[in-house]
Ligand binder design. Structure first.
Ligand code: F6R
Length: 240
């Protein structure tokens, strides 16, 4: 695991965008796994700026997002589908048909999850997976538990995650209590993983990740079993 400690969030975002742009440069038709949440917004802004400067071309790139609330309409401004378009897709030249976000509107969420895993395989797997981390060590919505689930699946959100995400909603009661999430297997099968971690609130989760111990009580620690992980964090998360 390579760890890059940056002075600021801006520096962390620039580092992340550089690695993502290098991936697209190296393999223009690559498959990117993408995350939502506050953490990657700076990196997405950097990628948009690089696209506008003619430094990166997304026309052959395919993306798979990690997760989506369930149930939620795609046009709800709190859906991850909406978030990704607002922060990235609407500002770059990726064709809509190459964008994959789990659909929180479907009547059969289990089928949606099974189909998503099939599509990832049909596209040859994920070349570069971008991750954030929850304060409790979750990755995507694989929450701490006795057992983790390999396949993409429907899951409940923990109180801690609902509480953390309440900042985006008018009322905590509006936060959906379920989600569709990539399971541990498609994440761990990604050829390269980039995890971004910033802020004091993530210090405990980062420390567990870097301890080298593996536990389902901190799902991110599973990344210790992957052979190509880059952790980019800021000083606050690193030092606590
Ligand atoms: C989002 C996701 C989540 C977030 C995590 C951190 O797609 O998979 O695991 O990465 O909840 O969220 P922020 O960045 O808002 O602290």
């Amino acid at each position: 695991m390579r760890v890059i400690v940056c002075d600021t969030y801006e520096e962390m975002s620039k580092e992340a965008a550089k690695i993502m742009a290098a991936q697209v440069h190296l393999k223009p038709n690559c498959v990117l796994g993408l995350a939502t949440g506050s953490t990657p917004v700076g990196a997405y802004n950097e990628l948009v700026a690089m696209y506008k400067n003619g430094e990166i071309d997304f026309k052959d790139v395919t993306t798979f997002n990690l997760d989506e609330y369930y149930p939620i309409k795609r046009n709800n401004d709190q859906s991850y589908y909406y978030f990704m378009h607002d922060n990235l897709f609407n500002h770059i030249n990726i064709p809509e048909e190459r964008i994959h976000v789990l659909n929180g509107e479907v009547a059969d969420p289990e089928k949606e999850c099974a189909d998503y895993d099939k599509h990832i395989v049909e596209h040859g797997g994920i070349d570069l997976q971008l991750l954030g981390i929850g304060r409790n060590g979750h990755i995507a919505f694989n929450e701490p538990d006795e057992n983790l689930v390999a396949a993409t699946h429907v899951t409940g959100l923990t109180e801690d995650t609902i509480d953390a995400n309440a900042r985006f909603f008018d009322d905590i009661k509006d936060v959906p209590t379920k989600s569709l999430t990539m399971g541990m297997a498609p994440i761990m099968k990604a050829r390269k993983i980039l995890i971004l971690i910033n802020g004091k609130g993530k210090h405990a989760a980062l420390s567990k990740l870097l301890s080298g111990e593996i536990s389902t009580s901190c799902p991110a620690t599973m990344l210790n079993m992957h052979n190509d992980v880059v952790v980019i964090c800021d000083k606050e998360a690193y030092n606590g």
